[in-house]
Design a protein around this ligand. Sequence first.
Ligand SMILES: Cc1cc2nc3c(=O)[nH]c(=O)nc-3n(C[C@H](O)[C@H](O)[C@H](O)COP(=O)(O)OP(=O)(O)OC[C@H]3O[C@@H](n4cnc5c(N)ncnc54)[C@H](O)[C@@H]3O)c2cc1C
Length: 283
Amino acid sequence: MKAPKFAYARVLEVDEAIAALAAGAGATKAMSGSQSLGPMLNLRLARPAQVVDVAHIPDLRTVSRKADWIEIGAAVTHAEIEDGVHAPLAEHPMRQVARGIAYRAIRTRGTVGGSLAHADPAADWVVTFAALGARVTVRSPRGERTVEADAFMLGAYTTVLESDELIVSVAVPSQTHTTRWGYHKVCRKPGEFAEASAAVYFDASRKRARIVLGAADGPPLLLHSLAAEIALKGTGAAGREALRAAVQTALPERDAIDRKLFTASLERALDQSGIFADTRQAE
Ligand SMILES: Cc1cc2nc3c(=O)[nH]c(=O)nc-3n(C[C@H](O)[C@H](O)[C@H](O)COP(=O)(O)OP(=O)(O)OC[C@H]3O[C@@H](n4cnc5c(N)ncnc54)[C@H](O)[C@@H]3O)c2cc1C
């Protein structure tokens, strides 16, 4: 199938994009890498009257360090993060996540903002940003607001974004020497969307401990109690039984095989984080 007819405008200023979205009153859609919107148009699942291409807006293409945070422009691509072309992210664990998203051709076009706005439950950034405690900044004619990444997605393909709001940036915490990070996704072959995923983020100096399950058909699931227990007690709180119980509580409706996939993701993400090596050293 081919996309229905729509007007196309490439803009180079955030204000132009916002004005076009507002004027469109719900019939205008932003487009970044077009890796999700393109297929939606071709399948006629999206039928906007106008598409506003925001991929070349210079203000959405930068990455900057701000105190403890790194602010990533919404139109920064997965490939740029994978390649470490933006200095503040050169040592960041997001590089490892980017490397596992789809295939290189998709990564060269797909963007951080597009991925968040599309809100596929199995998307890698959705779970990563929830685990990092990232903050999403969106702008509209009413001004700017910041939304916690773990509250951004309301359900599958549904977010808190209003039709005239544009994601302008995502702020993630910068690395410290105490940052421990792990991410694992189970997929049928490399480059596929996840069937189950888990991300863990611990930072003792900032007193942050977050564990998140992704690809669970809805928004990322935060396992607050497990994260707090592991931060407090280390290895002892992360036995396979404890992980299994946490997954069972988070996903009671899933069958045993699905829960096993999530438990395995969680176990591998925790292993990867190296938090247990820290605990053992402290013991
Ligand atoms: C074959 C295939 C495999 C894939 N595998 C994976 C995978 O393994 N993991 C993964 O995470 N993703 C995967 N993807 C998705 C890919 O990462 C896309 O890049 C991403 O979902 C959308 O980003 P985009 O920049 O292309 O957005 P677009 O397709 O341009 O837009 C997607 C949606 O976001 C909106 N939007 C775009 N930018 C903004 C903005 N700045 N503000 C507000 N709304 C905006 C659009 O209106 C649209 O609704 C895959 C895609 C394909 C086609």
